[in-house]
Design a protein around this ligand. Structure first.
Ligand code: CUA
Length: 328
């Protein structure tokens, strides 16, 4: 009976991520709890309206005392139910926010009105994101203008992207095919046209697809510069020299004016205000555009100039990828 009710209220959508069916079950469970509560509350209310209606002009309302055990019982019962739902939902939420070791990472940049993707080897796509099947994927996401929301119903995933910072999604897709991507946050005139496809490919097929650099391979041969068939890490290494990061930050652990980038990613650092942080993509990005925000203990605030406005999202992503690569 319960199984029938749960399956009856499931959405008619492909379930491609590992947590999609669990999300559907939680959704169906909440739906049916709501239906049962609605019927119980409105039904009781309607029954009482008739049963206790005023029957004559001098019908007096009796003085009614509360019934403590019932009230405490209902409160505790509902508390347990709601916290149980919270825990169930939270467990599934965490699955989509934490990734296993060494996921395949793709940078996602939302902009009015398209999704841009950049892969580890430097390949780029617009609108459609290609991924290998049954492989842990981690998206490092941002926006270059306003709020957008990356929404893939088949994965049961939706995440707002915010300019100036990173958001992350982790998943793996279990069935090859093409699935819709929407922007789920009103972002201007062509919001409704900000569509794309998640293309899930067999692993070998994906490898071939990724190696085919198309127009970027050609620009590389013609001496193209940025994004010209170079991997994200190589692009980052180029910027590390050309933007003179290397003057203050070594890539081999040698102490200079600023912290070395060697083994920096994932490190726990103590800040000048006593707080501790773990160096992640967001921290690196913040330190480039707003260097005085969180200064590591032992270094002097104000030493590093801000690079705000001098590096676009692609360049920041490349630098972050380069710094990460020095910690593996
Ligand atoms: Cu982007 Cu709506």
């Amino acid at each position: 009976m319960l199984g029938l009710l749960l399956s009856w209220s499931k959405p008619n959508l492909p379930a491609v991520s590992s947590f999609a069916t669990n999300v559907d079950t939680i959704y169906a469970f909440i739906f049916w709890v709501s239906v049962i509560c609605f019927i119980a509350i409105v039904g009781t209310m309607t029954y009482f309206v008739f049963k206790y209606r005023r029957k004559s002009e001098n019908d007096k309302t009796p003085y009614i005392e509360g019934h403590t055990p019932t009230e405490v019982g209902i409160s505790i019962g509902l508390f347990v139910l709601v916290m149980g739902l919270f825990y169930w939902g939270w467990v599934e939420y965490m699955h989509s926010r934490t990734s296993p070791m060494n996921p395949y990472e793709i940078n996602v940049v939302g902009q009015q009105w398209s999704w841009n993707f950049q892969y580890a080897n430097g390949k780029r796509t617009q609108r459609n994101i290609h991924i290998p099947v049954n492989t842990p994927i981690r998206l490092i996401m941002t926006s270059s203008d306003v709020l957008h929301s990356f929404y893939v119903p088949a994965l049961r995933l939706k995440q707002d992207v915010v300019p100036g910072t990173y958001q992350y999604l982790a998943f793996s897709a279990n069935t090859p095919g093409e699935y819709d991507i929407f922007c789920a946050e009103f972002c201007g005139l062509d919001h409704s046209a900000m569509l794309g496809k998640l293309v899930v490919m067999e692993a070998e097929e994906f490898a071939d697809w990724q190696d085919d650099m198309g127009k970027y391979a050609k620009t590389a041969a013609a001496g193209g510069t940025q994004a010209s068939g170079k991997s994200l890490i190589e692009q980052g290494r180029d910027l590390y020299s050309s933007k003179t990061c290397s003057a203050c930050h070594s890539d081999d652990g040698t102490p200079r004016v600023g912290p070395s980038f060697k083994d920096l990613f994932g490190k726990t650092e103590e800040l000048t205000d006593g707080a501790t942080i773990t160096v992640d993509e967001t921290y690196i990005r913040d330190s480039i555009v707003d260097p005085n925000k969180q200064v590591v203990k032992g270094f002097v605030a104000g030493t590093m100039p801000t690079f705000k406005g001098q590096l676009n999202d692609d360049e920041l992503n490349a630098l972050v990828a380069f710094i990460k690569s020095l910690s593996k």
